[in-house]
Design a binder for this molecule. Structure first.
Ligand code: TXA
Ligand code: MG
Length: 339
């Protein structure tokens, strides 16, 4: 299959809508990461998404809508907490797990009776939903297991010859995927951290929100997980990643003590010259939003540079930092050294 990579404009957006209506899969930009979109009510389209990504069929997809009227078709009930959250955070990078409707095909939800829904803020994603009148299911547009793509050429690198069209909408703003929260019962649980933080959500709901422990901890193969996505290897570049927690001085000493060949460092802005091996910054030390924005792009850059090892500075776990920590520690297969 020939894969077109087209800049977002009226013509390419019309083509994307036509392909979606015909049950095809199209890569589209969102404010978080690029997504692989397919009609959420069309089993054949959803099967193509799983195939293109090489995604295990028990890992459910998120459904994207552009206005609240569309929600009634996707869910069988809108819990009170969901109403409050949608009012404040939509459009934006928050996915809310609710009871699913019959219209959403079972492949989207991997057989679960719940569905994750979000209303993206990216104008191109919104225009495609509005014009096609299709609520699309969309996972991140990477081959399963590799870092999520935040620019169209990274989507193309993974999806060439697998899907007919990639819409280039420039760099994604957030750089990490949406926060996922379940409001299926009275105790909301964050299943994946993102730009919308636990603190912000608690303020809106006026109650405690639990962070699922799998966000920061490894699970054993038999462990029960609330979100199927938690149990798979994720965000991994080809290189071996290790995360090193401690001062810059001790980070430098760690690198010098190990003498790894073909190793690159991932550091914070301004630290590059202190480090004895080639180093790329993934953001400002005290600005987790900048780290989130760059994280996946830097992991992909280092792969292209031929890194065998990536030794990364550990981000703080506070606020948006938790999203950065969660992605990086998974990219590292939970290899964390404290120095
Ligand atoms: O920002 C995003 O959310 C991006 C863009 C494209 O919108 N999408 C994305 O999708 O990250 P994906 O498929 O890569 O991640 C979806 C996550 C997975 O961890 C999945 O297990 C979880 O959401 N999820 C989806 N539906 C669920 C459900 N019904 N119950 C529990 N977890 C669910
Ligand atoms: Mg993903």
């Amino acid at each position: 299959m020939d894969t077109k990579l087209l800049k977002a404009n009226e013509e390419s957006i019309d083509l994307a809508c036509e392909l979606l209506k015909n049950g095809e899969v199209v890569a589209v930009p969102t404010e978080t990461v690029y997504g692989l979109a397919g009609d959420a009510t069309n089993s054949e389209a959803i099967k193509k998404i799983f195939e293109a990504k090489g995604r295990p069929s028990d890992n459910p997809l998120i459904v994207h809508i552009s206005n609240l009227n569309m929600l009634d078709k996707i869910v069988s009930k809108i819990p009170e907490d969901a109403k409050k959250l949608a009012k404040v955070f939509w459009p934006g990078p928050l996915t809310i797990i609710m009871p699913k409707s019959k219209e959403v095909c079972s492949e989207v939800c991997a057989g679960l009776d719940s569905v994750g829904v979000r209303m993206p803020s990216n104008p191109i994603a919104r225009e495609i939903i509005e014009k096609s009148e299709i609520a699309f299911a969309a996972p991140s547009a990477n081959i399963s297991g590799s870092p999520s793509p935040t620019i169209a050429t990274d989507v193309f690198a993974d999806m060439n010859e697998r899907i007919p069209l990639v819409i280039d909408g420039g760099e994604c703003e957030a750089g990490v995927e949406s926060t996922v929260i379940s409001v299926l019962d009275d105790k909301p649980v964050i299943l994946r951290p993102g730009i919308v933080t636990k603190e912000e959500i608690e303020k809106v709901l006026n109650k405690e929100v639990v962070i699922d422990k799998h966000i920061t901890e490894n699970i054993d193969a038999k462990g029960e997980v609330l979100s199927p996505g938690m149990k798979y290897k994720h965000y991994s570049p080809k290189a071996n990643v290790v995360v090193v927690k401690g001062s810059l001085e001790n980070f430098v000493a760690f690198i010098e003590a190990h003498e790894l060949e073909n190793a690159f460092a991932m550091c914070f802005d301004g630290e590059e010259d202190e480090i004895s091996i080639p180093a790329l910054s993934y953001g400002k030390i005290d600005d987790p939003e900048s780290q989130a924005h760059n994280l996946f792009a830097v992991l992909r850059d280092l792969d292209r540079m031929g890194a065998e090892y990536i030794i990364a500075r550990c981000p703080e776990k506070e606020g948006v930092g938790l999203a950065v920590y969660n992605r990086l520690i998974r990219a590292a297969g939970f290899k964390l050294y404290e120095v």
